[in-house]
Write a new protein. Structure first.
Length: 405
């Protein structure tokens, strides 16, 4: 039976293992540098629930108050689509038409430079001159990545206006403290609702469309519709007027005799909320959901601490009847995964030291066990250098690496 050749070190003494065996001080110096770099990285590397995702999507949104979905499709979507479909780098285009607005989403190739792509889309849209006159200016925006940190629920047996005031105060306070983005669900838009009885329309010899035109000249949004069958008509207005009294002073018609008919004389005007929007309820009481989100450069644990500190301060100042709850906390799951890594590392370290101490000696046990934290610290340092973050995916990889070590 032939013998297998025994591998030999290079004769010239090269090779990293032989280098460090001949120069132990160099090995110790590298180890110290790895430890220092790892400690430095721990304080600066970002912690996130998910890795940062670079989105390659640009949205074009055009509002056309009062228009049907069919009109939006024919007069907005079909006009914009040919202008943006063949922009350099566009891989996919999706269009949505709904009552009052249209949206076109452009998905670009992975290699696209998004700043230039957004500028190209904006330039293509600005040259359009055949959009409806009463449609708003198209808004071009790049879809940005925001990661949810936690969700709040503000609820209580209070008027919806009270919930709105406190929800917006919470948003403003959190943004002032450094939170990147706050979004709402269940926060309906305010509107002035005007109901004109059919009898008044007949008396004046006017139609609901004519009254709508009068209101439209003084408002930003004026779709009209019908409620209550033939009994009364209703139009909606997101007006520059801030209260029903101001809108009621709007002159609807004047007669040769000098008599003036104002809106308050023929209509019931009240403050209300958009019926078609999402309403929120918690345990049977009206609620507003507040989503706390972070930007790609923000730290999840740091953002969660800002939120917890604020909640500790505001809960005692809320009016009676208002309840503020926190749930779906992403930072808790992330922190639990980090602690799992730490527990596994400590238990593995203790086990290695104990076994090596029993069968070998204390010196060997110490140096072998030291390899675990040194390797982990060096890995975190390299992650910082490469722009990586501590997230649920990388933590899983670190836990697997710990098992291999």
């Amino acid at each position: 039976m032939s013998k297998l050749p025994v591998p030999a070190f290079p004769a010239d003494g090269s090779g990293i293992i032989r280098l460090f065996t001949r120069h132990p001080n160099a090995a110790n110096l590298v180890m110290v540098l790895m430890i220092m770099f790892g400690i430095f990285a721990i304080g600066r590397i970002n912690t996130q629930f998910f890795p940062t995702l670079e989105t390659k999507i640009v949205n074009i949104v055009v509002s056309w108050p009062g228009a049907s979905a069919e009109d939006v499709e024919a007069n907005i979507i079909q006009i914009i689509e040919p202008e943006v479909r063949f922009i350099d780098g566009v891989d996919k285009m999706t269009a949505y038409a709904r009552e009052g607005s249209g949206t076109i989403s452009l998905e670009f190739s992975p290699s696209a430079e998004m700043q230039k792509a957004t500028a190209d889309v904006d330039a293509a849209v600005k040259v359009l001159s055949n959009l409806p006159e009463d449609a708003e200016t198209p808004k071009v925006s790049r879809v940005s990545f925001f990661d949810r940190v936690a969700t709040l629920s503000l609820s209580g047996n209070v008027p919806e206006s009270t919930l709105r005031i406190h929800a917006r105060k919470i948003r403003d306070d959190l943004i002032a403290r450094g939170i990147d983005k706050i979004t709402f669900r269940g926060l309906r838009d305010e509107e002035l609702q005007v109901e004109v009885p059919e009898s008044e329309l007949r008396r004046l010899g006017m139609s609901i469309g004519e009254i709508s035109q009068r209101v439209a000249g003084n408002t930003r949004d004026m779709p009209s519709g019908q409620t209550g069958g033939a009994v009364e008509r209703q139009l909606r207005s997101l007006a520059d007027f801030r209260d029903p009294q101001a809108l009621g002073e709007l002159e609807i018609r004047s007669f040769p005799t000098g008599e003036k008919v104002r809106l308050r004389d023929i209509a019931d005007i009240r403050q209300g909320y958009e019926d078609g929007q999402v309403e929120g309820f918690s345990a049977g009481t009206r609620a507003i959901e507040i989503s706390v989100q972070r930007a790609p450069t923000a730290d999840t644990l740091a953002t969660a601490k800002i939120l917890d500190d604020y909640l500790g301060e505001i809960r005692d100042t809320l009016p009676p009847g208002l309840v503020l709850q926190k749930y779906d906390v992403a930072s808790d799951a992330l922190l639990e995964r980090i602690m799992l890594l730490v527990r596994n590392g400590v238990s593995g370290l203790v086990l290695v030291v104990a076994i090596l101490y029993i069968f070998l000696n204390a010196r060997i046990a110490f140096w072998v066990a030291a390899g675990i934290p040194v390797a982990m610290l060096a890995t975190i340092g390299i992650m910082l250098l490469l722009g990586q973050t501590i997230n649920m995916i990388t933590l899983f990889a670190l836990i697997m690496m710990l098992g291999i070590i």
